[in-house]
Design a protein around this ligand. Structure first.
Ligand SMILES: [Zn+2]
Length: 403
């Protein structure tokens, strides 16, 4: 191309423009992390049974090992529902919310990497797991030594002078010694689902210890709330095809099929355990289940599920997150003569958290409707309504989402 004066002028103009536009676009690309940090934070405190107050507290100092996170959202858990109704842990006044996620807006100079060794910077999206304290049995790399039951977690801590201890808030202060994971590669809904999914990753790991769960296993999942539905999703991402869902709510059973259950049985349509176990057998084409996951908190459901399982089969009981009372089984017929291998499962280990991040990506990749598990979103100011909706069991996962 021949350079005449008009061309030179155009090129100079272009260069000047690109130079001028540079400083304007640069700050947008930097981790601005949602602008300036306000002077105060808002925390939903459960101050009485069935009553939250959204309280305002001064934004705390961020120590050298601390991380200040701007909260994006947090799921409402069954544990929150129990605390809301009865305060079984005696924590009131308490900042609840442990299924939360948000963006790092400030961090101390000692914070460099997350609990898995991944670098952390301003603007990264994070979740927390538990707080180490000094329990040597809870470590990231002695993985299945102990689940996190009994450890402290944000959202179930006693109130203190900082107050920013739960994820039902607009800011939370993650203190030195906490476990924190960089999950910037997951979208908001996936991040809100991490904690309940980790419960199921752990349950499936427990199930695998029996040696009975295989690709071609016939698996029954009893209970199709969020926990049972996520159980089905995990089995699907593992390549287990032959799943029968059992519940009393047709809408939930329909969702179970979308999540990958082959067949479903509505227990409302079958009177008595013989009719019900017959229906489950029929749903498997005339076979009993090789393996069963019990995902309800009902003692009767626990007693029933043995009848669905073949001789030599396995059972993972994970429905009793809290004490739901005693169940009556017949040890001869249900356990001994059938040689059932039974495992219990409760909460998760730190390694299960890391596995969960990969599961969520796999679930999306094979088209499972994970996002649809979150049926209701409420702003922080409507936290009381969110809990009432949760207690009515109208939806699946209820979440607080900050806009
Ligand atoms: Zn939870």
């Amino acid at each position: 191309m021949e350079m005449n004066s008009a061309n030179v002028e155009a090129v100079v103009k272009q260069v000047l423009e690109s130079m001028l536009s540079q400083p304007v676009s640069a700050p947008a690309a930097a981790p601005a992390a949602g602008g300036a940090i306000p002077k105060t934070a808002h925390v939903a405190m459960l101050t009485a049974l069935e009553h939250y107050d959204v309280k305002e507290f001064p934004m705390p100092e961020v120590g050298d090992g601390d991380i200040l996170v701007k909260v994006e959202g947090c799921g409402v858990c069954g544990t929150d529902a129990h605390e809301f109704k009865r305060d079984p842990f005696g924590l009131i006044p308490v900042a609840l919310g442990h299924e939360g996620t948000g963006e790092i807006v400030k961090m101390g100079k000692d914070v460099k990497v997350d609990s898995a060794g991944k670098p952390l910077k301003l603007g990264d999206k994070v979740v927390t797991c538990m707080i180490f304290k000094d329990n040597p049995d809870i470590t990231m790399f002695d993985l299945n030594k102990q689940n996190v039951g009994g450890a402290d977690v944000y959202g179930l801590l006693p109130d203190d002078e900082i107050h920013l201890n739960g994820w039902f808030s607009d800011y939370i202060l993650i203190r030195k010694g906490s476990t924190v994971f960089n999950v910037s590669d997951l979208d908001l809904k996936s991040r809100i689902l991490i904690e309940p999914c980790a419960v199921l990753i752990h349950a499936v790991e427990r199930a695998k210890t029996t040696g009975i769960l295989r690709f071609n296993s016939r698996v029954v999942v009893q209970g199709c709330g969020p926990i049972g539905l996520i159980c089905i999703a995990i089995l699907r991402t593992m390549g287990i095809e032959n799943i029968v869902a059992v519940d009393g709510n047709q809408q939930r059973l329909d969702f179970a099929k979308r999540m990958g259950a082959d067949n479903s049985v509505n227990f409302m349509n079958h009177k008595g355990i013989e009719a019900l176990s017959g229906a489950v057998k029929e749903a498997f084409g005339g076979y009993e289940a090789d393996f069963a996951f019990q995902c309800t908190g009902s003692p009767v459901a626990h007693a029933n599920i043995y009848k669905f399982i073949r001789n030599g089969g396995g059972l993972c009981e994970l429905g009793f997150f809290i004490n739901g009372g005693d169940a009556t089984i017949n040890p001869h017929f249900d356990l001994c003569s059938k040689e059932i291998t039974l495992v219990g499962s409760w909460v998760y280990t730190l390694r299960d958290y890391a596995t969960t991040f990969d599961f969520l990506k796999r679930a999306k990749a094979i088209g499972l409707p994970m996002d649809d598990l979150i049926t209701h979103e409420f702003p922080l100011e409507q936290i009381n309504e969110a809990h009432v909706t949760n207690l009515k069991q109208e939806g699946l996962k209820i979440a607080i989402v900050n806009k």
